[in-house]
Every structure is written in structure tokens, then in C-alpha cells.
Design a protein around this ligand. Structure first.
Ligand code: UD1
Length: 426
């Protein structure tokens, strides 16, 4: 997609949005399809740059993976153990495709997913867990070569930190390993439960040529709690009344609680939330992110964007990533009084945010700039929107349907060309 987003702020948001499936669920699920015999169908998948990259990785490994309307079908029989290096380097979640390929072929060659502007993101926990399950790991510069000469075997593994990705890698490996695996200190994010539900749905494990394989099935991935959080924050920042359907509010409960403390009315049902902001928005004091069920790190910049519109101070600390608030520079361009101190963003109230030109520095930070622009007076331009396309399908249209004045302006020389997806990490 790409192009700039042009936003005229100050319009309240009103309406209902059905929350699409979660990127962070779809990516590990596409990797898990490699473990299945037969065709797997994922229902209602959002068209995101990272999903296209995952399809590219599957196809590069020799699998049949394709869009059928808004579903994706995968026939996960890989013929090569090499992950397409350019696609693998583009997306950190490419590491999730390693365990299933090891299970299928006993070997995988990939490249280390690079660093990212939100801080260092090593894969040591993935690799040390796999090593305990019989995998030999070799790094040659940026290349990573993993082999499992005697197949994968179960192990008793303790994670030093509840890494989401490492938990997913080890779940995928455990599903295909001989014997039982116990994973201690595992992440408990809802997307992990979704992956476990998929693995269970695939009928448990059957013995096949020394490795266990799963059956195929159709599966609807869970709703995207970060997209829901984004729209809730947009409503808090711009005012109005927004109903979010199809997403369980308990998956983003801390965010809703903080918005309620800030003066929004929040009403929840089993699969819906209604956020209303009519009057002033107040600061939230000090808040922190954490691993689930605490406030999600991915929601931090979005909540910060809503805090910019409050009449008293807030500060927000992200304990998961080192540089979560790369969006602070963009916030300052809107006239916000913000300061980053280590992992904390301090926000002091200002009378009114003003429209500005700001550059997306990462996925959630980019979306946060859009939220800030919705609350600002006048016209804003958000550039480097390739980041935003990685996690939001039809973001501008979704907001426009709520009454926002937002449009995408394609660069003149390439408006008619198909753009290659952003090569930046998240
Ligand atoms: C996933 C999400 C991302 C979210 C993050 C935390 C996907 C595709 N992405 O990323 O949106 O922000 O969870 O909720 O699901 N770490 C290590 N060694 C490792 C692995 C991780 O030190 O081997 C560290 C990282 O540097 C980071 C922290 O652990 O500081 C959290 O990372 P992790 O939970 O693994 O996040 P991801 O799976 O990369």
C-alpha cells in the first residue's frame, strides 16, 4: 500500500467496527499449518503485509499457500528446508517457521530476523529451548542453520522470560516432538491460547514415520485486541461513541480500565465494548505495560496518543521493549509536551494539539500518530505508512467509516505501481 495518510482532525468518531482477526495470531497459525497433513483453511484473514510475507515463506518452502477470497488455504508439505532469505529477514515472525520445518525435514536454513527500532529482539530463548529438544544450532554471520538429526524430542524447559515468540516456537516443536514437553514460565497471551486451540483442533498427534503429524481443519483466528485498543484510543482522543464488536473485552481489559479512569464511559458485553467520550479527558497518572494479563506493550503508544489529549499529566512505562516510544518525536510535532526517559514516556497537558507532518517510526507508533492526528486541530500528514500496513488492513477506511476525515495519498510517480512491502521490522 504505502503512500501518506492525510488527516483533518477534530471530528468525533461514531459507529460500529467489527474487529478483524489478529495479526499476532495469524502469523504463528500459518507456521503451524506446516505441521498438518492435508489442507488447512484459515477463515477471514486480514490482508496485511506480514501475512503476505508469511504466505511467501510458505510458498518458498514448497507449500501451496494461497488466498481464497478472504480465507487462506495452506497445504503444508514443504519440499525445501530453506526459508526465502529476503522474506525471512523482513519479518521477525519468520523465526516461527523454523520449528515446523525442523519437524518435517530435520533441517532449516534461515537468516536471523534483524533488529528493530523498538529495541533489541534476540532469539536466544527460541534457540536454547529448541536445543533442549534435540536441535543443533549454528550461526554463520546472519545465517542460521538448525538441524535435528534424531528428530525432536520432548523436554522440560524453563523460559527465563515469558517470550511470546519463544513460547510459540516451543509449542510448535512440542506438537511434533516424540514424548512430552513441559514448558515452564511460558507466555500466556491470548494469541498463545489461540495457537494451542488450533493445535488441539487438529486432532492431537498421530504417529507417522517417526514424527507426529497433525490433521487439517478450518480455523477462525481470534480477533485483534490491538486493533480494538487502537480504535478505543482513537475514540478517547477524538471524542464520540464507538462500538467494537467480535473481540472479547477481557483480552484488552487493562486498556479499557485506564480509558475509564481517564473519563470515558466503557460498557462491555461478552464480545463487545462501547467507548464513549463526551466531556474532558483526564490524565492517567503513572501506568505500566507488562506481560499478559497486564497492559499490552503494543497498546502503549496508542494509549499515549490518547493521553496527549488529556487535561492533566500521564506517564507510561513499557517494561517489555527498550525503545517503545519512537513516536515521541512525532507527538512533539503536534505540539505535545512529551519526554522520553529510558523506557518511560512523560506527557504533560497542552491546550490543543495542532496538525503536523510526522513520520511513522514503527507499526504501533505509526498508528499512534494517526490517533494523535485525529485529536489535533487542522491537517496532518503521516509518512512512512508501510509500517502501519503491517498490522492494520484498511485502516484509513475503517476510521473514515467512523466519521474521521482521512485519506491515503499515493506518491504520484508510483500510484499505479504495485508497491513492495516495507522491509522494516516489527
Ligand atoms: C510478540 C508480538 C509483538 C509484541 C510482543 C510482546 C507477534 C508476531 N509479535 O513479539 O507484537 O509486542 O510479542 O507482547 O506475535 N526476547 C529475548 N530473547 C528471545 C525472545 C525475546 O530476549 O529469544 C525479549 C525481546 O527482546 C523483548 C521481549 O523478550 O524484549 C519480548 O519479546 P517477545 O515476547 O518474544 O515478543 P515477540 O514474540 O517478538
Amino acid at each position: 500500500m504505502g503512500g501518506d495518510l492525510i488527516i483533518t482532525g477534530g471530528m468525533p468518531l461514531n459507529g460500529t467496527v467489527h474487529i478483524p482477526a489478529a495479526k499476532n495470531s495469524v502469523l504463528p497459525l500459518l507456521a503451524a499449518a506446516l505441521l498438518c497433513n492435508g489442507t488447512v483453511r484459515f477463515l477471514q484473514v486480514p490482508h496485511l503485509a506480514d501475512v503476505d510475507t508469511s504466505v511467501e515463506l510458505l510458498q518458498g518452502a514448497g507449500c501451496t499457500a494461497r488466498w481464497q477470497g478472504s480465507d487462506i488455504t495452506v497445504q503444508g508439505v514443504p519440499s525445501t528446508c530453506r526459508l526465502a532469505p529476503e522474506a525471512a529477514a523482513r519479518m521477525r515472525a519468520s523465526i516461527l517457521f523454523c520449528a515446523p520445518l525442523l519437524a518435517r525435514l530435520g533441517r532449516v536454513e534461515t537468516v536471523l530476523p534483524g533488529g528493530c527500532r523498538i529495541g533489541a529482539r534476540p532469539v536466544d530463548l527460541h534457540l536454547s529451548g529448541l536445543a533442549q529438544m534435540g536441535v543443533h544450532c549454528r550461526e554463520e554471520g546472519a545465517r542460521l542453520i538448525l538441524t535435528a538429526p534424531a528428530g525432536l524430542h520432548g523436554a522440560d524447559i524453563t523460559l527465563g522470560f515469558p517470550s511470546v515468540g519463544a513460547t510459540e516456537t516451543l509449542l510448535l516443536a512440542a506438537a511434533a516432538a516424540q514424548g512430552e514437553t513441559v514448558l515452564r514460565g511460558a507466555a500466556r497471551e491470548p494469541e498463545i491460547s489461540d495457537l494451542a486451540a488450533f493445535l488441539n483442533r487438529c486432532g492431537g498427534c498421530v504417529q507417522g514415520e517417526g514424527r507426529r503429524m497433525l490433521y487439517s481443519c478450518s480455523f477462525a483466528p481470534m480477533a485483534d485486541r490491538i486493533v480494538a485498543s487502537t480504535l478505543a484510543c482513537a475514540c478517547a482522543a477524538a471524542g464520540g461513541r464507538v462500538e467494537l464488536t467480535g473481540c472479547r473485552p477481557e483480552t484488552y481489559a487493562p486498556l479499557l480500565e485506564i480509558l475509564a479512569q481517564m473519563g470515558c464511559r466503557v460498557e462491555t458485553g461478552p464480545e463487545s465494548a462501547v467507548i464513549t467520550r463526551l466531556g474532558a479527558l483526564h490524565g492517567a497518572g503513572r501506568v505500566f505495560t507488562g506481560v499478559y494479563p497486564a497492559l499490552a506493550t503494543d497498546a502503549a503508544p496508542l494509549l499515549a496518543a490518547a493521553m496527549l489529549a488529556a487535561d492533566s499529566a500521564s506517564s507510561i512505562e513499557d517494561v517489555v521493549f527498550e525503545r517503545r516510544f519512537g513516536c515521541a518525536e512525532g507527538f512533539a510535532a503536534f505540539g505535545a509536551a512529551v519526554q522520553v526517559q529510558g523506557r518511560t514516556l512523560d506527557i504533560r497537558p497542552v491546550r490543543q494539539l495542532q496538525g503536523a507532518c510526522a513520520r511513522a517510526a514503527d507499526l504501533r507508533g505509526g498508528a499512534a500518530l494517526v490517533v494523535a492526528a485525529l485529536a489535533a486541530r487542522g491537517r496532518s500528514r503521516i509518512t512512512d505508512t508501510g509500517y502501519i500496513d503491517r498490522g492494520y488492513a484498511g485502516f484509513a477506511q475503517m476510521l473514515a467509516e467512523l466519521g474521521a476525515q482521512i485519506e491515503r495519498e499515493m506518491p504520484r510517480e508510483s500510484a499505479s505501481e504495485k508497491k513492495t512491502p516495507s522491509k522494516k521490522q516489527n
